[in-house]
Write a protein that binds this ligand. Structure first.
Ligand SMILES: NC(=O)c1ccc[n+]([C@@H]2O[C@H](COP(=O)([O-])OP(=O)(O)OC[C@H]3O[C@@H](n4cnc5c(N)ncnc54)[C@H](OP(=O)(O)O)[C@@H]3O)[C@@H](O)[C@H]2O)c1
Length: 253
């Protein structure tokens, strides 16, 4: 029996990963920070898919909690590094502790848990590591963009390192997805046109199809495939102003 560990499994993109992996018959290890909601989701998925489910309550900005998740990740066949949040204010307007917490969740936890899971998968000769980045990773827009750039470079590097071992690595780079993310981060997206919004289920379904094909970079939808291609070939001065398009914080003072 195959086991999948999903971080941030209680909401949005992570919840869809948990649902679709459960529907494929994987036992599930669900990680998030809010214990009551986690138990609720665990019970729902156990009943709906009839797979084994574990709730692993962890704050991925806390080192001891990340170690516990890494310990569990050693034995899983699929790892989804998904947990994350955004920051409403610009870098210098935020408390430094909030910026550090963002890096801890979006980068440090991904590094530590992938190291443990990747070693286990390589030794067994099979497995998949999926990390949720963002198209924000191709533009310059504060610590969030920088962290997502790191996720992309990290995943592409790990994919090369694991080539031929039976372990696949995929980085998912979505645009705007309808989840709790913007509300929880306090980011205003009221004026965003409908055409730019993605459905989380569709995003995850397309990503898993890319994982099955062994694709390293998964960008959902034609619109964002086009935009991400432009961001990768555009001169850096456009990439620098692109940060303001992919996030909706107040303008720079
Ligand atoms: N929505 C978008 O437009 C969009 C676009 C591109 C990329 N992304 C990325 O997609 C990923 C998922 O976001 P989402 O849109 O699905 O947002 P969401 O609906 O807010 O879900 C975020 C999930 O991450 C968990 N999480 C946050 N901080 C955590 C922590 N310190 N420890 C453990 N779990 C934590 C949350 O659990 P708790 O409730 O327990 O905190 C929740 O399950 C993130 O990495 C985000 O950067 C989102």
């Amino acid at each position: 029996m195959s086991t999948a560990l999903v971080t941030g499994a209680t909401s949005g993109i992570g919840l869809e990963f948990a649902r679709l992996l459960g529907a494929r018959g994987h036992d599930l290890v669900l990680v998030s920070n809010e214990a009551d909601r986690l138990d609720e989701v665990r019970a729902e998925l156990a009943e709906r898919y009839g797979v084994g489910t574990e709730a692993l309550h962890a704050d991925l900005s806390a080192r001891a909690d990340v170690e516990r998740v890494a310990e569990r990740a050693r034995a899983v066949d699929v790892l989804v590094n998904n947990a994350g949040f955004g920051l409403r204010k610009w870098f210098l307007d935020n408390e430094r502790a909030d910026e550090e917490r963002l890096l801890d969740v979006l980068c440090r936890a991904v590094l530590v848990v992938s190291h443990a899971a990747g070693r286990g998968m390589r030794a067994r000769g099979r497995g998949s590591i999926i990390t949720v980045a963002s198209i924000a990773g191709w533009v310059a827009g504060g610590t969030y963009s920088a962290a997502k750039s790191w996720s992309i470079a990290f995943s592409e590097g790990l994919a090369g390192e694991l080539a031929g071992t039976g372990v696949t690595v995929t980085v998912l780079c979505p645009g705007f997805v309808r989840t709790q993310f913007h509300r929880r981060s306090g980011i205003s997206v009221d004026k965003l046109p409908d055409a730019l919004w993605l459905d989380p289920r569709r995003v995850v379904r397309d990503c898993l199809a890319d994982v099955d094909r062994g694709k390293v970079v998964s960008v959902p939808s034609r619109v964002y495939k086009g935009l991400s291609w432009l961001a990768r070939i555009a001169p850096r001065r456009f990439v620098r102003s692109g940060g303001k398009i992919t996030d909706h914080r107040p303008p720079l003072r």
